[in-house]
Design a protein around this ligand. Structure first.
Ligand code: ADP
Length: 494
C-alpha cells in the first residue's frame, strides 16, 4: 500500500528528508547538518561523499523513526542547493574534486576574464555573469585537476549539480540526469530554446560529454536501487523553484518570498520568459509534460541576518525570535531607518560598495526603535524587489506567499502586508522547499493526479492583511528610499 512520498532537501547547511501523506501533510522528518569547508578566504567547498552520506542517513532515520517501509513510499523527490558543482568519474562514481558551493568566490577571476561576454550570456541564460553559477566552477575543476580536461573530452567524467549527483548515487550510476530548473542555473543552458547551448559550451570550454540529460521536473529519474526498493525518483527541482511549487504558485503572477539569512523572491511569469530591465534573473520555474513555466527571481543579501547582527553585535536580544517582542515595546521606529547594506545591496541597486547605515537618530530613539527599524528593513528590501518584478512583468501582486525562518515573526509579516498593501500568507507546512519536490514526485508517479488536487490540499496557517493607511505606507517607503540613496551617496575614505 503506497501511503507516502519521500522528499529529500539537500541544502547548504543541512540535509532534510520528510514523508508526506496523501493530504500533502508532512508526517515525519529527519535532518543532518552538512559541513562546509573554507580552504581559503571566500572559498566554500563540501565533500561530495559526505553530502551523499547525509542523504543515506536521513533516509534511514526517516524510515526508522516513522516505522514506514520503502514499500509504502510511492516515489522520491529531490530538491537541492542550486549551482553547487561536482565533477566525478563515470566509471567509479568518485568525485575528482570537492563540491564547489554556490556561495564560493574562488572563480571570480575566471568570471572576470569572461566580462566581454556578459550580454551574450544573459541573452542565452537569463543570468548575470557571476561566480555563483556552475559554468565557472566546472572550468575551475577542469583547470585545477591534472588531466581533467582531456578526460572530460574523452567522456570519462560527469558534471552535475547536487540533484544529478544524488540521482546518480541513488540509481547506482544508472542515471546521469538533471531537471530544467537546475540546468537553468548552470550558465550553460539556453532557457529560451530549453537545451544545452553549444556556443556557451564552447565559450566555457566545457565538453558536452560531461553533461547530464535534462528532464521535466516530474519524470522518471530511475530506480533508487541503492535502497533495493523498486522505488523511483519521480521529481527534481532546485530549492527556490521547489519552494515556489511547494507554495502552489502555479499561476502567472503568483509569488513567494523566503525570509532566511537573505531573502529569495520568485514570481511565476507563465509561459513567457521575461527579460528584466532592472537586474532580476530570468529563470526556468519548471517544465511539466513538456510545457515550460518561467519565473523572475530577485534576492536580498541581508534579510534575517540583520537580526543576527543585532543579536551578536549589540547583544540586546539572545535569540532571533526575541526580536519581535523586543521591537513591540515601541509602536514605531521613531523615524529611524536601518539600511543593512553589510555586503552591498542586491536587487534593484546592485551596489557592491554600499555599506550599512542607521539614519534618523534622536536622543529619544532607543534600541527597541532600532530593532523595529531592522525588522522593517527586511520588509522594505522585499518591497524593492517585488516592485521591480511587478514593473518588469506588468503584473500586480495580490498575495505574497512566505516561508523561511524569519517568517515566524508576525510583526514583520504584518508590516510587510502594510507596506506592500497586499495579503501575506504563511502556509501550514513550513517545509515548502521539500514539499515542492514532494509534490513534483507525487505528480510524476500518479500519487496526485493534477495541480488542482495538490492546491486543494494546500492551506494557509496565517494570513496578514494591510491595516495601515495607504498614504502612510507610501510615506514610510519614501523615507526608506531616501535612506538608501543617502547610504549609497556616502563614500568612505580610501
Ligand atoms: P537559512 O535557511 O538561510 O539558513 P532560515 O530560514 O533558517 O535561514 O532563517 C534563519 C534566519 O532568520 C536568521 O538570519 C535569523 O536571524 C532569522 N530569524 C529566525 N527567526 C526569526 C524571528 N522570529 N524574527 C526575525 N528573524 C528571525
Amino acid at each position: 500500500m503506497k501511503k507516502y512520498i519521500m522528499s529529500i532537501d539537500q541544502g547548504t547547511t543541512s540535509t532534510r528528508a520528510i514523508l508526506i501523506n496523501s493530504k500533502g501533510e508532512e508526517v515525519f522528518k529527519a535532518q543532518r547538518p552538512v559541513e562546509c569547508l573554507y580552504p581559503k578566504p571566500g572559498w566554500v567547498e563540501q565533500d561530495p561523499d559526505k553530502i551523499w552520506i547525509s542523504v543515506v542517513d536521513v533516509i534511514n532515520e526517516l524510515l526508522i523513526v516513522s516505522g514506514a517501509s520503502m514499500d509504502e513510499v510511492a516515489g522520491i523527490g529531490i530538491t537541492n542547493q542550486r549551482e553547487t558543482t561536482i565533477v566525478w568519474e563515470k566509471k567509479t562514481g568518485r568525485a575528482i574534486h570537492n563540491a564547489i558551493v554556490w556561495q564560493s568566490k574562488q572563480t571570480q577571476k575566471i568570471c572576470d576574464r569572461m566580462a566581454e561576454h556578459t550580454d551574450f550570456i544573459a541573452k542565452r541564460t537569463g543570468l548575470r555573469l557571476n561566480p555563483y553559477f556552475s559554468a565557472s566552477k566546472i572550468r575551475f575543476i577542469l583547470d585545477h585537476v591534472k588531466g581533467a580536461q582531456k578526460r572530460a573530452e574523452d567522456g570519462e567524467l560527469a558534471f552535475g549539480t547536487i540533484d544529478s549527483w544524488l540521482v546518480y548515487k541513488l540509481t547506482n550510476g544508472k542515471s546521469h540526469m538533471t531537471d530544467v530548473s537546475n540546468a537553468s542555473r548552470t550558465m550553460l543552458f539556453n532557457i529560451f530554446e530549453m537545451r544545452w547551448d553549444k556556443e556557451l559550451l564552447k565559450l566555457w570550454n566545457v565538453p558536452a560529454a560531461m553533461l547530464p540529460e535534462v528532464k521535466d521536473n516530474a519524470a522518471d529519474y530511475g530506480e533508487a536501487s541503492f535502497f533495493k526498493s523498486g522505488i523511483h525518483v519521480w521529481g527534481v527541482a532546485g530549492d527556490q523553484q521547489s519552494a515556489l511549487f511547494g507554495q502552489c504558485c502555479f499561476r502567472e503572477g503568483e509569488s513567494k518570498n523566503t525570509y532566511g539569512t537573505g531573502c529569495f523572491m520568485l514570481m511565476n511569469t507563465g509561459k513567457s520568459p521575461i527579460r528584466s530591465k532592472n537586474g532580476l534573473l530570468t529563470t526556468v520555474a519548471w517544465r511539466l509534460n513538456g510545457e515550460t513555466t518561467y519565473a523572475l527571481e530577485g534576492s536580498v543579501f541581508i534579510g534575517g541576518a540583520v537580526i543576527q547582527w543585532i543579536r551578536d553585535q549589540t547583544r540586546w536580544i539572545e535569540d532571533s525570535s526575541d526580536s519581535e517582542m523586543y521591537a513591540e515595546k515601541r509602536p514605531d521606529t521613531a523615524g529611524v531607518y536601518f539600511v543593512p547594506a553589510f555586503v552591498g545591496l542586491g536587487t534593484p541597486y546592485w551596489d557592491d560598495d554600499a555599506r550599512g547605515a542607521i539614519f534618523g537618530l534622536t536622543r529619544g530613539a532607543d534600541r527597541h526603535n532600532i530593532t523595529r527599524a531592522a525588522l522593517y528593513s527586511i520588509a522594505y528590501q522585499s518591497k524593492d524587489v517585488i516592485d521591480t518584478m511587478e514593473r518588469d512583468a506588468h503584473l500586480d501582486l495580490n498575495v505574497l506567499k512566505v516561508d523561511g525562518g524569519a517568517s515566524q515573526n508576525n510583526m514583520l509579516l504584518q508590516f510587510q502586508s502594510d507596506i506592500l498593501q497586499c495579503e501575506v500568507r504563511v502556509p501550514k507546512c513550513v517545509e515548502t522547499t521539500a514539499l515542492g519536490a514532494g509534490y513534483l514526485a507525487g505528480l510524476g508517479c500518479g500519487f496526485w493526479k493534477s495541480l488542482s488536487e495538490i492546491s486543494a490540499n494546500h492551506s494557509a496557517a496565517k494570513c496578514f492583511f494591510p491595516k495601515m493607511d495607504p498614504n502612510q505606507a507610501k510615506k514610510l517607503y519614501k523615507g526608506w528610499r531616501n535612506a538608501v540613496d543617502a547610504t549609497r551617496a556616502y563614500k568612505p575614505i580610501e
